[in-house]
Design a protein around this ligand. Structure first.
Ligand SMILES: NC(=O)c1ccc[n+]([C@@H]2O[C@H](COP(=O)([O-])OP(=O)(O)OC[C@H]3O[C@@H](n4cnc5c(N)ncnc54)[C@H](O)[C@@H]3O)[C@@H](O)[C@H]2O)c1
Length: 348
């Protein structure tokens, strides 16, 4: 992946405001304060009483509050990282862009295509960079697989696969309806598009059920899904997800082409193996922030380098829209029980 030049030691750090101090916001905040070169965490906002203050105190961040609008009005905030719940993302991107701030937004950038368009338009009108949190693109293994595809060594992509198996099931009250598509498989849809460069998704056929928690099905939480995606270059892809991976967080990708195959992703968290009486045993990881620790840091480092260097981020609002269109087509496919053309969803 072509990376913008990291900010030089002499360049002033990019002042970053964090919007949302929950699970991933806390991890991003820590990365911005301690791990990302050229970044300085200058403000945190979260409407939950005490959440922003606690994180700010832990990280030595000078400002904390409950109102994202106040954070956006702060001159020391040059860029924002949005880690609020998905339903707020598009409006927050719009407000941040209108305030002239560079924007990193967690996935999904929006829950409707109209909102996605609104967010992209706002960033473009304001002339600010907009990057979306498809962190798998910054994982070393996935990035290396992408390089192989782009180099042409793999030949013509024919079959692609991307899967997410998560050890934990979200509380249905904390995630949007159809979360398996718009929150989880959205990563896989982006991976499939990215690993099949230049191709567009034509149609999808999705099957989904609540096999982990059947009692949560009527609350809108499906936990197991497979989606077949056909692309306009002829490649056929599958994306799959499940939320009961007892062995750990498991994310893998694969492209099979006319001249070979490339795979990425490894459930083994480290190269450690214990050779004992029971055989050879490795260790899995239970949390995405462990499996993708370095990728989460690298995506923010890329964002900061783009802000400082004035280059466009490699993961765009357009990428977020493309993945969302596949997710929405998948939902319609489950509802109708048949294949759905992505253009029918994407064009209204
Ligand atoms: N890229 C990834 O791998 C990854 C991993 C985890 C979460 N996420 C995404 O990050 C987002 C947040 O997920 P989470 O697990 O951290 O959720 P969370 O519920 O743990 O945290 C969300 C936080 O946002 C706060 N909040 C609520 N409304 C807000 C608003 N209007 N403005 C600012 N903050 C607000 C809440 O008080 C809470 O502290 C989701 O969109 C999720 O899909 C991405």
């Amino acid at each position: 992946m072509d990376q913008p030049t990291p900010p030089s030691a002499s360049a002033a750090p990019v002042g970053i405001g964090l919007v949302g101090a929950g699970y991933i916001g806390a991890f991003h905040g820590e990365s911005l304060a301690r791990r990302v070169p050229g970044a300085r965490l200058v403000a945190v906002a979260d409407p939950a009483p005490g959440a922003a203050e606690r994180l700010a105190v832990n990280l030595g961040c000078p400002r904390a509050g409950t109102d994202p609008a106040e954070l956006l009005a702060e001159p020391a905030v040059e860029a924002v990282v949005i880690a609020a719940p998905a339903r707020f993302h598009a409006s927050l991107v719009q407000a941040a862009a209108a305030a002239g701030k560079a924007v990193f937004c967690e996935k999904p950038m929006a829950l409707t295509l109209a909102d996605a368009d609104r967010a992209v338009e706002a960033a473009s009108t304001a002339g600010v960079p907009l990057q979306v949190g498809f962190n798998r693109r910054f994982d070393r293994g996935f990035a290396a697989a992408h390089e192989v595809v782009v180099s042409g060594r793999l030949g013509r992509p024919q079959l692609l696969r991307s899967l997410t198996r998560d050890p934990g099931l979200a509380d249905p009250s904390r995630v949007p309806p159809w979360a398996v598509f718009v929150e989880t498989l959205i990563h896989d849809f982006d991976t499939l598009c990215w690993l099949n460069p230049g191709a567009r998704a034509v149609d999808v056929y999705a099957v989904a059920d609540a096999l982990v928690r059947p009692d949560w099905k009527d609350r809108g939480l499906l936990d197991t899904a497979v989606v077949v995606v056909r692309f306009d270059n002829g490649a056929i892809a599958t994306a799959e997800a499940n939320f009961q991976a007892v062995y750990g967080y498991d994310v893998r990708g694969e492209v099979f082409g006319s001249a070979g195959m490339v795979t990425a992703g490894d459930v083994r968290g480290t190269s450690m193996r214990f050779y004992g009486e029971q055989g050879v045993v490795g260790e899995g990881v239970k949390r995405n922030v462990d499996l993708f620790h370095d990728a989460y840091v690298a995506e923010l480092a890329h964002f900061v380098a783009c802000v400082r260097g004035g280059e466009p981020p490699s993961v765009t609002g357009g990428d977020a829209r493309a993945a969302l269109a596949i997710a929405l087509a998948s939902i319609r496919s489950v509802q109708t029980g048949g294949p759905v053309r992505v253009a029918d969803v994407a064009e209204g």
